[in-house]
Design a binder for this molecule. Structure first.
Ligand code: 5AD
Ligand code: SF4
Length: 481
C-alpha cells in the first residue's frame, strides 16, 4: 500500500471523509457507514454493506435514523485515530437518547484498540477486524443479546472473493476492485502488516468476473486495489512452488492483461505499486493495452538510501530512479505520483535535501506527503528513536509540499494545447453546465457538457488550466492520448 485522496483514485487515501450509503428501501433495519483512510477501506465498506444487506440492513445517509452505525477506521497515523475517537464520542452521546443504537468499529483500529474502545472508554458495542466482516451479522445479534462483541482474528485465506460489493457513493462510472489483502513487506514505519495481516491474492477468475459485471452495469473504469499489487500471485507460493499443475500461474502482469481484455472501453488503473517489486513485464503489458491508464503511483517515501534502509523499503535511491527510467523507456508519456514521509527516525538535513532533489528529478504529477508518525508495534518504534523534533518534521514537510506544488502546476501546464480521450465522470462541482472527467494520466479535465453523457468517452481539446485542473472543450479532433 502506500496513499491518496478518494477522488484522486490512485494510491491510498487517508482523509476521513464519510462514505454515505444510498438507501435500499426494501430492508427493515438501517445501517450508517463511515469510512476513513485508504481506498482499500472504502472498498471494504462496500463488502460490509453487501454482507449486511443480505442480513436485512438497508443503508442510510442519515445517522439519526440508523439502527447500526459502523466506522471503518484507519490506524496509519495518529491523527487518523484521533478523528475516529472524536466521532465515536459524538455517537456515544447519541446512544444516550437511543439506547438500541448499536455502534461499531471496523478496520485497522480494531485489533489494537479493542480493549480500550470496548472496556475502558466504553465507546462502542462492536469491534470487527478486516478479515472478520462475514461475522458482523452474528456479532450484531450478540450485541442485541446484551453482550459486547469482538472478532479481530486475521486470516491467511479470506479475500471475500465471491461477495458482490454494494457500490457506495457510486457515480456509476468508476469502481474499485480489491485484488489482494494484507501486506508482507514490513516497512519499518507501517502498521498495516499488523492491522491487515498476511498478504493473500484473490482468485483471478472472480476479479475478471467482477470487472465484467461492472462493465455490463455501465461502469467504464476499474481500479485494481492492493497494498502491493506487484506481488499479486495466484497458484504459486512465496517460494515459487506451483500449487496446482493443471491451472495457470497468474501474476500481476497477467492479471492486468486479463482485466484489460474485458472490453477495450473499460479503463484499468491500479494501486499501489512497490518500487522493489515493479517489474518490466507489468510496464510492457501496460504499454500494450491502450485502456490501461498511463499512470503509476510509485511511493518513494524518501530520496535517501540510508533512510530507505532504515525504513526497510528494500530499494535504494538508485534502484528507484532505475525503475522510473524503465517506466519512461517503455511508456515515455506515463504520469507518476508518489508518497513521501518527512522526518523519519534519524533523518538529517542532508537526507531531507536528497528527498527534495529526487522530487526535482521526478517532477511528480501528484504526491501524498506526510510527517512521520510513530506507530505502536512497528519495527521503527522498536528499533529507532523518533528523534526529529515536531517543528523540524513540519518545516521539512512544508518544504516538500512547496516543491510539489510547483511540480504539479508545471505538469498540469505541460498538458495544455493537446487533445485527450476523456472518460466523462459527472457534472463539475463548480459549474453546473460543465462535465468533469480524467485523461489517461489521471488529470482532471472540465469542459462544457454539449451532448456528452457520464460513462462515455469524449475527445477534449485542452486550451487552458488551473494549477490542478485542465480546461477544454469537446472536439472532433483525434486525441494524442
Ligand atoms: N507515518 C507517516 N506516514 C506514514 N505512512 C505509512 N505509515 C506512516 C507513518 N507511520 C504513509 C506512507 C504510505 C502512506 C499510505 O502513508 O507514505 O505510503
Ligand atoms: Fe505499504 Fe510498506 Fe505498509 Fe506494506 S508495509 S502497506 S508496502 S507502506
Amino acid at each position: 500500500m502506500d496513499s491518496g485522496d478518494q477522488k484522486e483514485l490512485l494510491g491510498e487515501s487517508f482523509q476521513g471523509t464519510p462514505t454515505v450509503v444510498p438507501g435500499q428501501p426494501t430492508h427493515t433495519r438501517k445501517l450508517y457507514l463511515e469510512s476513513y483512510g485508504c481506498q482499500m477501506n472504502f472498498s471494504d465498506s462496500e463488502i460490509v454493506a453487501s454482507i449486511l444487506s443480505d442480513a436485512g440492513f438497508s443503508t442510510t445517509r442519515d445517522e439519526d435514523e440508523a439502527d447500526l452505525i459502523l466506522l471503518n477506521t484507519c490506524a496509519i497515523r495518529e491523527n487518523a485515530e484521533q478523528r475516529v475517537r472524536t466521532r465515536l464520542r459524538q455517537f456515544k452521546q447519541a446512544k444516550r437518547a437511543r439506547p438500541h443504537l448499536v455502534v461499531g468499529v471496523l478496520g485497522c483500529m480494531a485489533e489494537r484498540l479493542k480493549e480500550s474502545l470496548l472496556e475502558q472508554e466504553k465507546l462502542v458495542d462492536l469491534v470487527v477486524g478486516p478479515d472478520a466482516y462475514r461475522d458482523i451479522p452474528n456479532l450484531v445479534e450478540q450485541v442485541h443479546g446484551g453482550q459486547k462483541a469482538v472478532n479481530v482474528l486475521l486470516s491467511r485465506e479470506e479475500t471475500y472473493a465471491e461477495i458482490s460489493p454494494v457500490r457506495l457513493d457510486a457515480n456509476g462510472v468508476t469502481a474499485f476492485i480489491s485484488i489482494m489483502r494484507g501486506c508482507d513487506n514490513m516497512c519499518s514505519f507501517c502498521v498495516v502488516p499488523f492491522t491487515r495481516g498476511r498478504e493473500r491474492s484473490r482468485d483471478p477468475a472472480s476479479i475478471v468476473r467482477e470487472a465484467h459485471e461492472l462493465f455490463d452495469a455501465g461502469y467504464r473504469e476499474v481500479t485494481l486495489l492492493g497494498q502491493n499489487v506487484d506481488s499479486y500471485k495466484w497458484n504459486i507460493d512465496n517460494k515459487g512452488v506451483i500449487k496446482d499443475d493443471s491451472q495457470p500461474v497468474v501474476r500481476f502482469a497477467e492479471l492486468i492483461d486479463r482485466v484489460a481484455q474485458v472490453n477495450p472501453d473499460l479503463r484499468v488503473r491500479f494501486s499501489t505499486s512497490h518500487p522493489k517489486d515493479m517489474t518490466d513485464d507489468v510496464l510492457e503489458i501496460m504499454a500494450q493495452h491502450e485502456n490501461v491508464c498511463k499512470y503509476i503511483h510509485l511511493p518513494v517515501q524518501s530520496g535517501n538510501s540510508d533512510v530507505l534502509k532504515r525504513m526497510n523499503r528494500g530499494y535504494t535511491r538508485e534502484w528507484y530512479l532505475d525503475r522510473i527510467a524503465a517506466i519512461h523507456r517503455i511508456m515515455p508519456d506515463c504520469a507518476t505520483s508518489t508518497d513521501i514521509i518527512s522526518g523519519f527516525c534519524g533523518e538529517t538535513e542532508e537526507e531531507h535535501q536528497d528527498t527534495l532533489s529526487l522530487m526535482n528529478l521526478m517532477c511528480y504529477d501528484m504526491a501524498y506527503m506526510f510527517s512521520y508518525s510513530e506507530r505502536p508495534r512497528t519495527l521503527a518504534q522498536r528499533k529507532y528513536e523518533n528523534d526529529v523534533p515536531p517543528e523540524v518534521k513540519s518545516r521539512r514537510l512544508q518544504e516538500i509540499l512547496a516543491v510539489q506544488k510547483v511540480h504539479a502546476a508545471n505538469r498540469t501546464k505541460s498538458y495544455v494545447g493537446r487533445t485527450y480521450r476523456v472518460l466523462v465522470e459527472g457534472t463539475s462541482k463548480k459549474k453546473e453546465d460543465q462535465f468533469f472527467g480524467r485523461t489517461t494520466y489521471n488529470t482532471v479535465v472540465v469542459f462544457p457538457k454539449e451532448n456528452a453523457k457520464p460513462g462515455t468517452y469524449v475527445n477534449v481539446h485542452v486550451h487552458n488550466c488551473t494549477p490542478v485542473t485542465l480546461i477544454g472543450e469537446i472536439t472532433q479532433e483525434q486525441p494524442s492520448a
